[in-house]
Design a protein around this ligand. Structure first.
Ligand SMILES: [Cu+2]
Length: 512
């Protein structure tokens, strides 16, 4: 009994230590940022995912209006069995300082594609919202040596105590009060101690075997959720073959890559960024060449250099994966860009760069990028602090400084932004609805039987795919929710479509 309790204490201690250790992540940006409508209530939701699973996720919900009375949250799977069986919801706490802010803590018990379901109550009645959350452990947390030694000492103490108590009980329990210990009683006591020592040893052995097996399985799963590697080969001058590398876990090759879902109209979004300056960026959409998850792209004209490659895909459960790789390219003279493919150029990012950023006030900054045709893109933001949810505001102006007209959706979105840390440890691809892939949003809304906020905001009728959507009008003021995951220098590429032309602006962000 004592032994088992001690190993439970050991396990609990290991789990608790898991909560307090800082760590890097996935492609560095595991938290979920989402902006959308729960019925009549406009909400910005941040889900801070834990380092280890099972673990506690922190949900922050900011309502834009003061008419929200209460919000409850619950976690379910995004699709499939269990997606409609919400556990007892948690009532989000309203901040005493900021009445528009609600927070809630939720246990994420399993890996994979989950969703946080919100039930909002307020002046305009009740409404629901679903925010897809990819759940994965970011790392294996080692137990500190001193803790291992301490726990082992405690455990041994308990075991010795248990053996001697059992021995004393067997020796003394049948003796009359005050009577001397007979040789037979002594033998009985020794036998009982031997038997209980054998049992304790067996429990020790099984507990350590169980611990070891659990740790190995945890390590394996943690490894699966590390960004998978890309195999990249250039053939025939400008044809790039793209697939998951053989060194990845077989799950990636056999289960993930052959069963991808289109995300805003494409199975794969391939981003190629020249390093170290992050001064050239291509956003391409390779075609699937077989059912096993191999892709290929006929490259456009590309300048020679070393390129970091990020491939965004969404699996059939709605889980977003980013595969990463790198390739040295010679000067490529390919066919011009077409369709949704696009490119951007910028000055190299250097340690000292903060070129166009001019101080406006203590808490906010503005940067302007002027494109080749004179179009001005202005980026406004609050103080850039790591691990702080914020809105990035972009405004497109024509060359006279007037609000630009003629913006249209680019792949179903008002705009796209790619955020890359200078050390390449962070890559995030976000939209006005946030970091959640549209494919996952569509799955969440299909389950709930309605159109998600991001799409209803664009007046897209349910069931209409992006390809069929008539060109809507996009306002030249665009905001995106995001939080930089660590202090660093970041490059932000902001992409939008105007008059049939895809434009890319670039900004630098020094995040403290
Ligand atoms: Cu995008």
């Amino acid at each position: 009994m004592h032994v088992r309790r001690a190993s439970l204490i050991a396990l609990l201690a290991a789990v608790l230590i898991g909560f307090v250790r800082p760590a890097l992540a996935h492609v560095g940006s595991p938290d979920v940022f989402y902006e959308g409508d729960a019925g009549p209530y406009h909400l910005i939701v941040t889900v801070i995912v834990p380092q280890v699973i099972p673990g506690v996720a922190e949900v922050q919900i900011r309502s834009q209006s003061g008419d929200v009375k209460s919000i409850s949250t619950a976690v379910t799977r995004l699709t499939g069995p269990g997606s409609n069986l919400a556990p007892v919801p948690d009532i989000a706490q309203r901040s005493p300082i900021d009445p528009h802010l609600f927070t809630s803590a939720l246990w994420l018990m399993e890996y994979g594609s989950l969703q946080v379901r919100l039930k909002v109550n307020g002046a305009h009645g009740g409404a629901d919202m679903s925010v897809p959350v990819p759940s994965f452990a970011r790392q294996m947390l080692p137990m500190p040596k001193w803790l291992g030694v301490l726990l082992l000492a405690l455990l041994s103490g308990l075991a010795i105590g248990a053996i001697s108590i059992i021995g004393a009980a067997a020796r003394d329990s049948k003796l009359a009060k005050g009577a001397p210990v007979t040789p037979e009683a002594r033998r009985k006591g020794r036998r009982a101690m031997l038997v209980s020592a054998a049992i304790v040893a067996a429990v020790f052995y099984l507990a350590f075997a169980w611990w070891g097996a659990d740790a190995r399985e945890f390590a394996r799963i943690t490894q699966v959720f590390k960004p998978p590697k890309l195999a990249l080969t250039l053939t025939g001058g400008n044809r790039l073959a793209i697939s998951a590398a053989d060194s990845n876990d077989p799950v990636i090759q056999q289960k993930i890559m052959p069963q991808l879902m289109p995300d805003h109209g494409h199975l794969m979004h391939l981003f190629m960024v020249r390093t170290p300056g992050l001064d050239r960026m291509w956003h391409l959409h390779p075609e699937a060449i077989n059912r096993e998850g191999a892709f290929a792209e006929n490259l456009p004209p590309i300048e020679a250099g070393h390129y970091q490659v990020f491939a965004d895909v969404v699996d059939k459960s709605g889980f977003p994966w980013t595969l990463i790789g790198a390739i040295d390219l010679p000067q490529i003279s390919g066919a011009p860009l077409s369709g949704d493919d696009s490119s951007g150029t910028a000055a190299p990012l250097t340690a000292t760069s903060s070129p166009s950023i001019s101080k406006v006030s203590e808490s906010s900054d503005t940067a302007t990028d002027v494109l080749a045709d004179g179009t001005r893109v202005i980026w406004r933001h609050d103080a850039l602090r790591a691990n702080t949810p914020m809105l990035l505001w972009f405004e497109v102006q024509d060359k006279n400084g007037e609000a630009a007209r003629g913006l249209e959706p680019y792949m179903g979105m008002a705009a796209h932004a790619e955020i890359i840390a200078s050390d390449l440890s962070v890559f995030a691809h976000i939209h006005p609805s946030g970091s959640v892939p549209m494919a996952a949003l569509m799955m969440a809304s299909a389950d709930a039987g309605k159109t998600p906020g991001a799409m209803s905001a664009m007046n897209m009728p349910a069931g209409v795919t992006m390809r069929e959507m008539p060109p809507a009008i996009v306002a030249p003021n665009i905001s995106m929710p995001y939080g930089f995951p660590k202090p660093d220098l970041y490059r932000i590429f902001f992409q939008f479509k105007r008059g049939g032309q895809i434009e890319t602006a670039a900004f630098d962000a020094r995040v403290n």
